[in-house]
Design a protein around this ligand. Structure first.
Ligand code: NAP
Length: 302
């Protein structure tokens, strides 16, 4: 029996653990992959207040150590369901069930798929969702990036440093990402913007050799010969395990306000899986602190 079970050991979950433990509560973290969440793929963090520059990996490592040193227990088990009918909550994994007084959902978000044929088939064979993880495999080759947000722009910049050619495919004329990043890309001779275009096909035998794009204005299709495509079309929340338990919005984000509470008493949420307008490292760790302290408050009053 734990005071708090935290589902997900990314920055939000680990911060919640630090705050929960410092408040004297027992904390179990359940994580289905590895601790650190998506931030471990960020080569350099330069916008975290108080730290001028740090790699995502080092940040995650520090936060993990901080939680472990305070007494956090982390188990690598995927949560399959949560039962909350009684005051004591039950958190189920494939192997076990755990009991606690309060749950914090910090399950984060995952890369959104483009949703086109052969996307899964080519994953790891030309299709990637992480330029910093897989970019080096495409050194000296031609690649494409799909998307128009900050991630796509940053990925294109990163790849332009060692790929021969980078096509940036975006479905609109204007980028959603920051102007300074788009301007930096315009300066790059090996970057070509493919605007108002949607990727319609991924082609190749065993590995990707080209992508087909359709111009939204002319409806004309053309083939771009690339060995890799980096898909950076946003995120989707990992909230499937609570879909029938907790209220979510149309996009699947767990509905919660500034207090990080949910419609379910004793269940809190933190980080990218919840409804909010700014999803940044700073806001994720801030959520973790709020959710943990609110969970402590709940335990004192229930
Ligand atoms: P995002 O801002 O949501 O952008 C997703 C992009 O993908 C949009 O341009 C969108 O097009 C496009 N898109 C979505 N679905 C698509 C589809 N099915 N087919 C083709 N294109 C599609 O996602 P993000 O770039 O991953 O960024 C997520 C958040 O992290 C944002 O708040 C971002 O600012 C932040 N971030 C910040 C930094 C930083 O350095 N400050 C770095 C990375 C990310 P439309 O524009 O037409 O909707």
């Amino acid at each position: 029996m734990y005071d708090i079970i935290i589902v997900g050991a990314g920055p939000a979950g680990l911060s919640a653990a630090v705050y929960g433990l410092r408040a004297g509560k027992s904390v179990l973290l359940l994580e289905k992959e590895s601790y650190g969440g998506q931030i471990i793929n960020t080569p350099e963090i330069e916008n975290y207040p108080g730290i001028k520059k740090i790699s995502g990996y080092e940040f995650a490592e520090n936060l993990y150590q901080q939680a472990v040193d305070l007494g956090a227990k982390l188990l690598y088990e995927a949560v399959t369901a949560i039962e909350t009918e009684k005051e004591i909550k039950k958190v189920l994994t494939a192997e076990n069930e755990y009991l606690c007084k309060a749950v914090i959902l910090a399950t984060g978000a995952r890369h959104r798929r483009l949703g086109i044929e052969r996307e899964e088939e080519f994953a790891g064979r030309g299709v990637s969702y992480c330029a910093t993880c897989d970019g080096m495999f495409f050194k000296g080759k031609d690649v494409a990036v799909a998307g128009g947000g900050n991630t796509a722009l940053q990925d294109a910049l990163f790849l332009s440093n060692y790929c021969k050619k980078v096509y940036l495919i975006h479905r609109r004329e204007e980028f959603r990402g920051e102007k300074r990043l788009a301007d930096a890309l315009r300066e790059k001779e090996n970057v070509e913007f493919v605007l108002n275009c949607q990727v319609t096909a991924l082609n190749g035998e065993n590995t990707l050799t080209s992508v087909t794009v359709r111009d939204k204005n002319t409806e004309k299709e053309k083939e771009l010969f690339v060995n890799g495509i980096f898909i950076a079309v946003g995120q989707e929340p990992q909230s499937q395990i609570v879909q029938n338990l907790i209220d979510t919005d149309k996009g699947g984000y767990i509905i919660s306000g500034e207090d990080c509470d949910t419609n379910c008493s004793g269940v809190f949420t933190a980080g990218d899986c919840r409804t909010k307008s700014i999803r940044q490292l700073a806001t994720a760790v801030s959520d973790g602190a709020v959710a943990a302290l609110k969970a402590c408050e709940y335990m004192e009053t229930c």
